[in-house]
Design a protein around this ligand. Structure first.
Ligand SMILES: Cc1cc2nc3c(=O)[nH]c(=O)nc-3n(C[C@H](O)[C@H](O)[C@H](O)COP(=O)(O)OP(=O)(O)OC[C@H]3O[C@@H](n4cnc5c(N)ncnc54)[C@H](O)[C@@H]3O)c2cc1C
Length: 458
């Protein structure tokens, strides 16, 4: 039993954890309730368009990705985003402004007013806050960089990463590196300059330095390749219904096509979402259920559109655009999918992925989806100067899309650690712990190997 690990969930967290454990000689079993692997990573191909329903790309923040691409023979499929993707637009007054990426373009941009730009120069003279863990990213940025930078840089950025609200997200938990710049160096500008040198020597890349990648057949290529590697160690259509503590370890009760069965194991790595883990592990710790249930997953509707290139007035020379809440539009932003990666649409067509809802507009759950899509389409087509009708329209609704590391998250995190100590052999992992990005999930999966080794004296 000491060598046998059961992993719950075949999203990127469960798959990569199983992959790294398998490489270290552990006997892994992955249980997944859906009929395919990938979890939030889903790619589909229809009428000449290739779209991702979840992440459209990821950042190469760790050498583990290069290593996996090599080991899984994915080099032919692996693609970095077009260099044009470095240009990102932000909407202000119905105009798309390139996000300034250097001091010269910051001085020239019309995205920020003269006083907004001047306010940035005060940043090095602003001290630390005493609010510590209980500060939102909005409070942090307003204090250090001013209201306008919060409204027209951070608000849209937070919508793009978390589909979240800056007023709710904890700076310490959701943006730990930013928080650390103030803690360690006393400010963002000072900290950024000083940390550049330190970063150069590290194999891991910060999110702003890392290259964006995907695969020519979409993001699901990676989970599918890991699944092929693990073969019969992955059990699809297998839902975990409950977990019991027994004298020799844990009993995991499952159902597969109406049949129920159990597996015994000393080690369970749970990578299912917090609200599902609450049902399984809340049975033996109701306080744990309370913490897991407090992690908020707002809804997101992802809209896929395809047009004839000749009907589009906007020059397609970037990643896409993000919309600040102040601009009062019905969607959060759009990725210009066919600009970023090859193989997304026929040569004379352009494809777009739009994000709607999130913590900014959770009411979308109850909206009439067709009416909502019509409204979003009208706004999008006007901003992009599109004259023709779309040739392709479809959508995916995620009722619980991305976990929010809101203020108070640090107490959940502490409780998860306590639960793991009190229930040796159970590890709580997945995107509600230590980062939501694909890169963070992969890095955290690698850490699981050491945690298991320590537990099992392997
Ligand atoms: C719309 C959207 C866009 C995103 N965009 C990006 C992006 O551009 N870049 C980026 O880096 N990240 C992005 N993310 C975030 C990233 O994709 C996710 O955080 C990550 O893929 C989560 O992986 P995971 O394995 O932790 O969880 P999941 O992918 O949620 O996997 C959990 C798995 O557990 C299974 N499961 C649940 N309950 C049970 C049960 N009882 N028994 C068995 N199995 C169960 C589920 O079916 C699922 O397959 C995006 C996410 C979404 C939703």
């Amino acid at each position: 039993m000491n060598n046998k690990i059961v992993l719950l969930g075949a999203g990127i967290s469960g798959l990569t954890a199983a992959y790294f454990l398998d490489k270290e000689g552990f006997e892994v079993t992955v249980l997944e309730k859906k009929n395919e692997v990938g979890g939030s990573i889903e790619t589909f191909f229809e009428k000449g368009y290739l779209f991702d329903r979840g992440p459209n790309s990821a950042l190469e923040t760790t050498p583990l990705i290069e290593q996996m691409v090599k080991d899984l023979n994915l080099a032919d499929q692996f693609v970095y985003a077009n260099r044009k993707g470095n240009k990102r637009y932000i909407l202000r007054n119905d105009l798309l402004h390139p996000l300034p990426m250097n001091p010269k373009s910051l001085l020239k941009t019309k995205l920020f007013s003269g006083s907004g730009k001047l306010r940035l120069f005060a940043e090095p003279f602003i001290g630390r806050s005493n609010d510590g863990y209980y500060q939102s990213i909005a409070d942090f940025v307003k204090r250090r960089l001013g209201q306008e930078f919060l409204d027209y840089a951070i608000n849209p950025f937070v919508a793009g990463v978390y589909a979240g609200n800056p007023e709710d997200l904890s700076v310490k938990s959701a943006f730990p590196k930013l928080y650390a710049l103030e803690e360690k160096y006393g400010g963002l500008i000072k900290g950024t300059i000083k940390s550049i040198k330190e970063r150069k020597n590290r194999p891991e890349k910060s999110k702003q330095d890392a290259k964006m990648y995907s695969f020519s057949d979409g993001m699901q290529v990676l989970p599918k390749a890991i699944s092929e590697y693990l073969g019969e160690k992955i059990h699809l259509n297998t839902e975990v219904n409950s977990v019991e503590k027994i004298s020799t370890g844990y009993k995991i009760n499952l159902s597969n096509a109406g049949e129920t069965s159990s597996i015994l194991s000393n080690y369970i790595v749970s990578t299912i979402p917090a609200y599902s883990a609450s049902i399984l592990f809340g049975r033996f710790d109701s306080d744990l259920a309370g913490h897991l249930d407090k992690i908020y997953y707002p809804p997101v509707l992802v809209l896929y559109l395809g047009y004839d290139k000749k009907d589009i007035g906007q020059v397609l020379d970037g990643f896409g655009f993000l919309i600040p809440a102040k601009e009062k539009k019905s969607f959060l932003g759009a990725i210009w999918s066919s600009v970023l990666f090859p193989n997304r649409a026929f040569e004379d067509k352009a494809s777009f992925t739009l994000f709607i809802g999130g913590a900014r507009d959770p009411e979308i759950v109850s909206y009439d989806k067709e009416l909502l899509i019509k409204k979003v389409r009208n706004e999008f087509e006007s901003l992009m100067k599109i004259t023709g009708e779309p040739l392709y329209v479809s959508y995916k609704f995620w009722p619980k899309a991305i976990p929010q590391y809101n203020i108070g998250y640090v107490e959940h995190e502490r409780y998860f650690d306590k639960f793991e100590k009190e229930n040796p052999g159970i590890l709580l992992a997945g995107n509600y712990r230590e980062g939501i990005s694909v890169g963070d999930c992969i890095k955290n999966s690698e850490k699981i190997v050491n945690k298991i080794k320590n537990l099992s004296n392997y």
